[in-house]
Design a protein around this ligand. Sequence first.
Ligand code: HEM
Length: 320
Amino acid sequence: MASRSIFLQLHVFLILALATTAFSKTLSPYYYEKVCPKALPTIKRIVEAAVYEERRMGASLLRLHFHDCFVQGCDASILLDPTPTIDSEKNAFPNINSIRGFEVIDKIKNKVDKICGRPLVSCADILAIAARDSVVALGGPTWKVPLGRRDSTTASRELANGDLPSPFMDLPALIDNFKRQGLDKRDLVALSGGHTLGFSQCRFFRDRIYNGTNINSRFAKELRNTCPPEGGDSNLAPLDPTPVCFDTAYFSYLIKEKGLLVSDQALFSGGSTDGLVKTYSYNPRVFSADFANSMIKMGNIQVLTGKQGQIRKNCRKVNY
Ligand code: HEM
C-alpha cells in the first residue's frame, strides 16, 4: 500500500515537472496584455518615428533581432556593452562597425518602463516586437509576436563569431548554419528575404563584384563605382533595388544573378533552393506568409522564460 502511494506521488511529481518545463518555455502574444496594455502600442510608435526619421532604421532593427537570436538564443545578449566580465557580441566580426539601432532600443526601453511603471518588458521581447513593427512600417506582413522572453546575464563574442552566418558562405554552409539553429531550408530562403530591406558595405561584396562568376556583368560593373578595388570599405549599396520597401524584388534579382552577397546568390545558383526563390519572386503572398512564420520560429530559438535570466533595467547592462 505504502509503495503504491509513493509510486502515485512520484507519478504526480513527474507529470507536474514535465508540465512546468513544457509550459515555462511557451511564449504568448498576450503576455503583456493584462499587466501593461500600453507596452506594444508604445513600442510601435517609437519604431514608426525612428523609421520615419531614417528609413534604413527598419532594416537595422530587423537585423538586430536576427543577430540576437542566432547567438545563445533570443535573449538580448547582443545589447550588452563590454565590461570586464562581458565580452560584448558588439565586437564580434559580423557586428563590429556594422550592426546598428541600439539607440532606438534604449529609447523604447526607457519609455516602456516608464509607461508600465517598472521594468516589465524584457529587452529580448523589445527586439522581437521592434523587428515586426519595422517590417510592417516598410510595407511588409504583420504577425502576432509570441512574448515572455527574459534577458541573459551573459554574452559571447566567441559564439557570435562562430554562429552568425558569413556573407561568403555557399549553399551547403548556409543550410548547415541554419540547421544548427533548428531552422530548415525554407526558413533559410524566407528569412534571407529580409535582405529585401537595407544595405551592405563594400567590404562584404567586393570580392564578388571583381571575381564572382555567377554575377550579371552589367550589375557588377555598376557596383564597382560604389566599391573600388581598394578603399571605400564602408561605402553602401542596397541589398535589393528597393531597400526601404518590403517586396519580392530581392528574389527577382537573384534570378537575374544580381544578388549582392555571395550568400544571397547561393540561394539561386543551381542548387536545391532555386525553386523556392522562383516561387517567392512571383508570389508575394507566399513569401509574406513564410517570412512571418519563419520569424516566429526564429524568435523561439533558445528563449529564457520563467525564472531564467532577468528583466534588465538598462538593455546595455546586467542588473546586479
Ligand atoms: C543567410 C545568412 C545571412 C548573411 C550571410 C547575412 C549577411 C549580411 C551582411 C554582410 C549584411 C551587410 C552588413 C553591413 O554591411 O554592415 C547584412 C545586412 C542585413 N541583413 Fe543579413 N545576412 C543573413 C541573413 C539575414 C536574415 C535572416 C535577416 C533577417 C531576417 C537579415 C537581415 C538583414 C538586414 C535587414 C540587413 C540590412 C541592415 C542595414 O541596412 O542596417 N539578414 N546581412
